[in-house]
Design a protein around this ligand. Structure first.
Ligand code: GTP
Ligand code: MG
Length: 193
């Protein structure tokens, strides 16, 4: 998709605040600092539309970006940040559960993992959660610019094995820095709109 028009609709917590125009939504999920906001920025061709966080784990809201009047990217606060209090973690869980499980417009969750490392326990839990509730998942292994191309296949294999991914679920090698995987990611998104 060629993106000309992006609108930041708002930062919301409660379902009654979410947009009501029924456009398809694609939400990001992944560890804090893994590159979720950077993925959105690359996909929409804006350097800093989605906030690249200086304080990981502090965002407690869902940020809705409307693209070409056709779809939303929803930036979701990351998980796994150590310095988050118990009550903040619980609030995060409640918000995510409500949104992921109860949102008809949600076409897929883009689960971002770091291609350099094996997925964490939290990554596995998120993948299992999405599968359990039949929410389609697109796994994106980002920061591919940080390892040589010759190692991508090996790392992809580790990701598939660790997450115990369904064969039919896509796994896209990506780099927000270099734009790698951009076409493939848009093709996945557009096929689900
Ligand atoms: P939270 O909102 O805190 O959960 O983080 P996030 O997942 O949105 O990560 P964010 O996009 O803010 O990126 C975190 C850091 O990783 C920033 O310093 C980015 O510049 C860097 N980064 C993200 N994607 C890439 C990538 O593909 N390649 C490289 N080299 N750096 C990246
Ligand atoms: Mg972010």
């Amino acid at each position: 998709m060629k993106v000309h028009n992006v609108e930041m609709i708002g930062s919301f917590v409660r379902p009654e605040q979410f947009p009501e125009d029924g456009l398809p939504e694609f939400a990001l999920a992944g560890r804090s600092n893994v590159g979720k906001s950077s993925f959105i920025n690359r996909m929409i061709g804006r350097k800093a539309m989605a906030r690249i966080s200086s304080k990981p784990g502090k965002t407690q809201q869902l940020n809705f970006y409307k693209i070409e009047e056709q779809l939303y990217y929803v930036d979701v606060p990351g998980y796994g940040y150590a310095k988050v209090s118990k009550s903040e973690r619980a609030a995060w869980g409640k918000m995510i559960e409500k949104y992921f499980m109860g949102r008809d417009q949600l076409r897929a969750v883009v689960l971002i993992i770091d291609i350099r490392h094996n997925p964490t326990n939290d990554d596995c839990m998120m993948y299992d959660f999405l599968k359990h509730y039949n929410i389609p998942v697109i796994v994106v292994a980002t920061k591919a610019d940080k390892i040589p191309k010759g190692k991508w296949d090996k790392h992809k294999k580790h990701v598939r094995e660790t997450l115990q991914m369904d064969k039919q679920d896509p796994l896209i090698v990506f780099s927000s820095e270099k734009g790698l995987g951009f076409e493939e990611a848009w093709a996945e998104i557009e096929s689900r709109m």
